[in-house]
Design a protein around this ligand. Structure first.
Ligand code: RNT
Ligand code: ZN
Length: 418
């Protein structure tokens, strides 16, 4: 009997259907963030300028993608090594300008993303989108919450342009486009006015969301944050702000939680059900914070597993799942693959739980048995199911993909000059 068959029987003994888990996961979209390949630099500004907005990449590993062709080549390799149903996730700063036809962010047009649309079409991918409110000379350093009306208008126009691009992506690719609004707006030290920037941020969002879109196809999100590097004292788009905005505008946008954006003892796994009590749909950025929003590569760790278990229990179709991390200290292609495979592993792990049984044990107050059952799930033959899932998705199993990345590093990445 092969390993999978045996493992399938073992899971059936605890009322888990492995076939159903595998078939479900094959159709769950998970967004692959383009910005892991080039340390969030993008193509629309001078790449030697530092990243702003309170986020940071650290490390100087060889082979950073320096242009769209290199980035696409790298993504192509990633796509061969990850199972499931990936979707692209682009930032506005990855616009592609042909023949010197550069446009500033307030003037971006769908045509600047035509090459990405073709890339997605050829590979059968949908695409999510993000306005880029950082790493630009118009950050003063605030954007949508700036007191300077000219600055604020520039960024509102950027948001509106991004809705038009999102409409185009959704239309061309015949898939929903989740458009996430995050700004790094905030202050390094104690504010003299906390309310003003928040009121302006709200008004800016109202303006942006007046741009027409079909909410069934384009889903604007508001991402909150606790603090960033250089903006330690005050973040305009705090958790309460972002959540309240989304709650008061449920017909226009959804809340997005990034698990790097909370105090270190808070867990997003516990927040998913809280939000889904009130929202039909939410969005997530899955990352790995170490002490702060450090955006380390996602691991198959306890909190990632718990987030996935909650996604499955609350309804996998209610959560828009995206990755968000950037590590420049290791092979960037491997970093992408490790994180993506780990999110897939966590979702598969979450799908392999006897949901009804666990719920019943809790309701009947059989807490001892609940603990026993949950503990025993941890040492089930999970790896056999994971291997089978990879096989059915036609991608390498664990132990078989890293050498492909090593060869790519030797032949391609190590030849790059930047
Ligand atoms: C930053 C936010 C945001 C960014 C991306 C690049 O803290 O998490 O989502 O990481 O937009
Ligand atoms: Zn994020």
């Amino acid at each position: 009997m092969n390993g999978y068959k045996k493992a399938k029987e073992r899971y059936a003994e605890v009322s888990v259907d492995t076939e159903k888990a595998i078939e479900t996961l094959k159709n769950v979209s998970v967004s692959l963030h383009c910005w892991q390949g080039d340390d969030v630099r993008g193509f629309d500004t001078d790449p030697s300028k530092p990243l702003t907005g309170g986020i940071q990449t650290t490390g100087n590993y060889l082979g950073r993608a320096g242009n769209y062709q290199q980035l696409m080549d790298d993504i192509d390799l990633v796509l061969k090594l990850i199972p499931g149903k990936p979707k692209m996730n682009l930032h506005a700063s990855y616009a592609i300008f042909e023949d010197g036809n550069w446009a500033d962010r307030d003037k971006l047009q769908p045509k600047h993303f035509e090459k990405w649309v073709n890339f997605c079409k050829e590979r059968g991918l949908g695409c999510d989108f993000n306005p880029t409110f950082f790493s630009h000379k118009k950050c003063d350093p605030l954007t949508l919450s700036s007191a300077n009306e000219e600055t604020r208008k520039f960024w509102i126009d950027h948001g509106k342009a991004c809705i038009r691009v999102s409409n185009y992506l959704a239309q061309e690719l015949n898939d929903t486009c989740v458009m996430n609004i995050w700004t790094g707006d905030g202050l390094k030290d104690i504010p003299g006015d906390r309310l003003g920037p928040r009121v302006r941020y709200k008004e800016s969002l109202d303006e942006i969301l007046k741009e027409p879109y079909d909410f069934n196809k384009v889903k604007p999100c508001i991402e909150s944050k606790v603090f960033g590097i250089g903006v330690e004292a005050y973040t305009t788009g705090s958790a309460e702000f972002a959540l309240s905005y989304a709650a008061f505008n449920k017909d226009k946008c959804i809340p997005l939680m990034d698990n790097g954006h909370y105090h270190p003892t808070e867990v997003v796994s516990d927040k998913i059900s809280a939000l889904l009590t009130f929202f039909d749909e939410i969005a997530l950025h899955i990352t790995r914070p170490i002490r702060w929003d450090s955006d380390h590569v996602v691991l198959f760790d306890d909190e990632t597993k718990e987030i996935a278990r909650e996604i499955v229990r609350c309804g996998i179709d209610k959560v828009n799942i995206a990755l968000d991390y950037f590590d420049a200290s290791i092979n960037r292609v491997a970093a992408w693959v490790i994180g993506y495979r780990n999110v897939q592993k966590a979702l598969l792990y979450g799908l392999l739980q006897p949901i009804e049984q666990l719920k019943k044990l809790q309701e009947e107050q059989k807490f001892t048995e609940l603990m026993v059952k949950q503990e025993e799930l941890k040492t089930m033959p999970f790896n056999e199911i994971w291997d089978e899932y990879c096989n059915r998705c036609n991608v390498p199993k664990d132990g078989q993909w890293f050498e492909i990345v090593e060869e790519y590093e030797r032949k391609v990445l190590s030849k790059r000059t930047q």
